[in-house]
Design a protein around this ligand. Structure first.
Ligand code: NAP
Length: 252
């Protein structure tokens, strides 16, 4: 164990899984930077972490824009310290059957998830390499295994797994681990939007989805935050290049 206060960056932290992860890492004793397109939301979650006695900074950044990524990471380094934990969580869905899917919807989903994780990782790994310590967690999904209406998202989330394994190989020599978490059905704005798109009441939709989940309930953002907490912990340094399905059972 070390006494160093680690600095974490969580993307897409204004709500949902990212917000729960930022809260959990702050409760674990890390200083946390919350990046999101939604600046007000990121600042609001950061303020609630500070009110609870944690250290947090909310920042606006589009993770698919290299200049914004570079500026945001520089600000985190100067205000909180060198970031050595990165959770690539920000994401979007633009679901449609492939014959109706537009090029814009394909490009946006691939860009936010894959280009976003790439740009963030490229920027933050400099600090990890210098510190000779780092933890990267990339959000994949059970949709990586295939999911009707999500050709773009499934491709992006399968891509996250290959990206994770490759950076685990490249950065391992610097004592940096990289792992993916592939959540199943988690109750957030993202799954609420899916229910809306299908014209379904969210609670009914979630109850129906829960019937196919072995533990018999939808996941909560805190379920994913707990797994992130483990993967970024000091003791998890020999776990790298893995994909952990956090789905209440063995498959989607
Ligand atoms: P969410 O509630 O929709 O939150 C995603 C956050 O990411 C939003 O605050 C969004 O901001 C932000 N974001 C989107 N594009 C961004 C960009 N270019 N730059 C910075 N921030 C951006 O989603 P969630 O359900 O918590 O999901 C979090 C992650 O887990 C995603 O990667 C998702 O694919 C993955 N996941 C979720 C589930 C699930 O069941 N919920 C299952 C498997 C995997 P705006 O609102 O301003 O767009």
């Amino acid at each position: 164990m070390t006494e160093t206060r680690r600095v974490a960056i969580v993307t897409g932290a204004a709500r949902g899984i990212g917000a729960a992860t930022a809260r959990r890492l702050a409760a674990d004793g890390l200083a946390v930077a919350l990046l999101d397109l939604d600046e007000a939301g990121a600042k609001e979650v950061a303020a609630s972490i500070v009110a609870d006695g944690g250290s947090a900074l909310g920042l606006a950044a589009d993770i698919s824009d290299a200049a914004q990524v570079s500026a945001a990471v520089a600000r985190v380094a100067s205000e909180l310290g060198a970031p050595t934990v990165l959770v690539n969580n920000a994401g979007v869905t633009r679901d449609n059957l492939v014959f109706k899917m537009t090029e814009q919807d394909w490009d946006l989903v691939l860009t936010v998830h894959l280009r976003g994780a790439f740009l963030m990782t490229r920027e933050v790994q400099k600090h990890m390499v210098e510190a000779k310590w780092g933890r990267i967690v990339n959000l994949s999904s059970t949709s990586a295994l295939g999911n009707r209406g999500q050709a773009n998202y499934a491709a992006a989330k399968a891509g996250m797994q290959g990206f994770t394994k490759t950076i685990a190989i490249e950065l391992g020599r610097y004592n940096v681990t990289a792992n993916s978490i592939a959540p199943g059905f988690i109750a957030t704005e993202m799954t609420r939007a899916t229910a809306d798109r299908l014209g379904r009441d969210f609670d009914e939709y979630a109850a129906e989805r829960a019937k196919a989940i072995p533990v018999g309930r939808p996941g909560q953002p805190e379920d994913i935050a707990h797994t992130v907490s483990f993967l970024v912990s000091e003791g998890a340094g020999f776990v790298s290049g893995q994909v952990i399905y956090v789905a209440g059972g063995p498959k989607a």
